[in-house]
Design a protein around this ligand. Structure first.
Ligand SMILES: Nc1nc2c(ncn2[C@@H]2O[C@H](COP(=O)(O)OP(=O)(O)O)[C@@H](O)[C@H]2O)c(=O)[nH]1
Ligand SMILES: Nc1ncnc2c1ncn2[C@@H]1O[C@H](COP(=O)(O)OP(=O)(O)O)[C@@H](O)[C@H]1O
Length: 206
């Protein structure tokens, strides 16, 4: 029998493309998705809260979590660690809920190895110029960090082929609608497969 596990959705793409913005809008629209809050060693930005935006950890704490195999994936990104708590994701999927990760590209590729059945969505900028404008306008980065993030973005865009879907974040509401359609169609796909599987068992009298 196919188990009734939830589906793991991964939204990834370069920093500044709008992953956080699209994810927040998606969750504001009352979805049944469960968001996995990441761990990070980066400083808290004004307005952020521990346990809501991230779980903020020291380097030592984070490295202990790595050693204890408590992270489903992790990456060092612009000198800070970011990682996904393994237990939350595995338990929530086992309860039958869909889980949504919003993570950078190196981490998404690690998830692909552990969860090849996950649904991988790459958020794409309308252009590199627009990506730079978004990072600068957000105002959270020094000029040096903006350049680091843009350099990183070029490498990340090269990894796009490893994804199941590419969504251009031209306007937030368009991108959110596209992500919602992907979620819906993945559910339809799963229902169809389950129906075919049940039919097969009945036909074979198993
Ligand atoms: N691999 C990985 N990346 C993450 C995780 N959480 C957040 N990130 C990514 O880390 C990058 C930097 O995040 P952050 O410092 O919050 O900046 P921002 O997303 O650009 O505002 C972004 O691309 C996030 O999507 C995680 O658990 N694992
Ligand atoms: N579709 C969009 N059009 C214009 N600006 C956007 C769009 N999506 C996001 N932004 C802006 O771009 C900046 C980076 O977005 P953010 O969600 O922090 O990106 P990420 O999480 O991918 O690093 C923010 O200032 C945000 O308001």
């Amino acid at each position: 029998m196919i188990d009734q596990k939830g589906i793991l959705f991964i939204l990834s793409g370069p920093s500044g493309v709008g992953k956080g913005t699209v994810r927040k809008e998606l969750f504001d629209q009352d979805t049944d998705l469960k968001y996995s809050i990441s761990m990070t060693t980066r400083d808290m930005r004004p307005g952020e809260r521990d346990g809501i935006d991230y779980f903020y950890k020291t380097n030592e704490e984070f490295e202990r979590l790595i050693k204890q195999n408590q992270l489903l994936e992790y990456a060092k990104y612009v000198n800070n660690y970011y990682g996904t708590p393994r237990a939350y994701v595995e338990e929530t999927l086992a309860e039958g809920h869909d889980v949504f990760l919003e993570i950078e590209v190196q981490g998404a590729l690690q998830v692909r190895e552990n969860f090849p059945e996950g649904v991988f969505i790459f958020l794409f900028p309308p252009s590199l110029d627009e990506l730079k404008t978004r990072i600068v306008n957000r105002g959270t980065e020094t000029q040096e960090l903006v350049l680091n993030r843009l350099r990183e973005a070029r490498k990340e865009i090269e990894m796009m082929d490893a994804y199941d879907y590419v969504v251009v974040n031209d306007r937030v509401e368009h991108a959110v609608e596209k992500v919602k359609s992907i979620i819906q169609s993945e559910h339809c796909k799963r229902e169809r497969i389950e129906k075919q599987y049940k039919q097969l068992l009945e036909d074979e009298n198993l």
